[in-house]
Design a protein around this ligand. Structure first.
Ligand SMILES: Cc1cc2nc3c(=O)[nH]c(=O)nc-3n(C[C@H](O)[C@H](O)[C@H](O)COP(=O)(O)OP(=O)(O)OC[C@H]3O[C@@H](n4cnc5c(N)ncnc54)[C@H](O)[C@@H]3O)c2cc1C
Length: 258
């Protein structure tokens, strides 16, 4: 049996600017008839745009099965394969998306949720907060006014972006006042920030690996972007082999090429 991810053809139905750096694309068409959501709120697809062979990953902002409409919110930054395509009027163009995968796995007994991310993480944070059942605290480092993007019942700390591709999220996390009890920490953004945060969670906060999910979504000043890899199987194999948390995360970074 093939282990290749399934692929679906789709057309861009609409393109709307959500904010200065965020464009919403609605994809549709009969090619999506077999598309199934995983239901995991940070699920992503690989997107291949016209004239390209390489994919880039985008969070499923929403999926409407009856209308066969898949919504993606795409960050428009300076240079890049998808960003330059999405910056222009792409309505009517054909793209390919891969079957979705997700990695958010909040334990059932978590009594709070912390979400931290940059603009690329906003679509996932919006879906996670909309599906949430526990008090949720968000730290969002974004260049745009996105006050209406997350549900109003969520506590959001809006952080200005320091500048061109820079991020201060790792130092922000070191200063967070953590709620009492056991909860879940989810974070996504620039890869080097994520590595620093994982070390902090393991060494200073001594969180078990089941209490957090930290994903590098893009790499600053890089030709090659990290692959999106579900940490679950790597984690289980590492534990079964008796490896330490740090050894397992090193294997995860290697699998992602980050
Ligand atoms: C699981 C997952 C989910 C993701 N979900 C989303 C999502 O919903 N929306 C979204 O917009 N992105 C999302 N991303 C991030 C997105 O895949 C990357 O930003 C990707 O590199 C964008 O591709 P590109 O073709 O525009 O730029 P690329 O061709 O990959 O990169 C070109 C240059 O741009 C730089 N660059 C890449 N991304 C950014 C950025 N965001 N800001 C500034 N510089 C950048 C790179 O360092 C590189 O030098 C997700 C990533 C993962 C792994």
């Amino acid at each position: 049996m093939s282990t290749r991810a399934r692929q679906y053809d789709a057309q861009v139905l609409t393109r709307v600017r959500v904010s200065d750096h965020l464009v919403r694309l609605v994809l549709g068409g009969p090619g999506l008839a077999e598309f199934e959501s995983t239901g995991v709120p940070d699920e992503w697809v690989g997107l291949v745009v016209p004239g390209q062979f390489q994919s880039r990953y985008y969070t499923v902002r929403s999926w409407d099965r009856s209308a066969l409409e898949l919504e993606l919110d795409v960050v428009v930054h300076d240079v890049g394969l998808v960003t330059e395509w999405a910056a222009r009027d792409v309505v009517g163009e054909s793209v390919t998306v891969t079957e979705p995968k997700g990695s958010f796995a909040m334990p059932e007994d978590a009594s709070w949720l912390i979400l931290v991310g940059d603009l690329t993480a906003m679509p996932a944070m919006a879906r996670i907060t909309a599906s949430g059942s526990v008090p949720t605290f968000v730290w969002a480092e974004v260049p745009d006014d996105l006050a209406d993007y997350l549900p109003t019942y969520t506590t959001v700390h809006w952080l200005a972006q320091p500048g061109d591709g820079e991020s201060r999220l790792s130092s922000v996390v070191e200063e967070i006042e953590w709620p009492a009890g056991d909860g879940y920490f989810w974070m996504a953004g620039e890869s080097s920030q994520m590595r620093a945060i994982r070390k902090h969670l393991m060494r200073e906060r001594r969180l078990p690996a089941t209490a957090y999910d930290v994903m590098g979504y893009w790499r600053a000043n890089a030709q090659r972007q990290p692959r999106a890899v579900d940490p679950g199987p790597i984690w289980r194999a590492g534990k079964a082999a008796g490896r330490s948390d740090e050894e397992i995360w090193a294997a995860y970074d290697e699998a992602r090429g980050s």
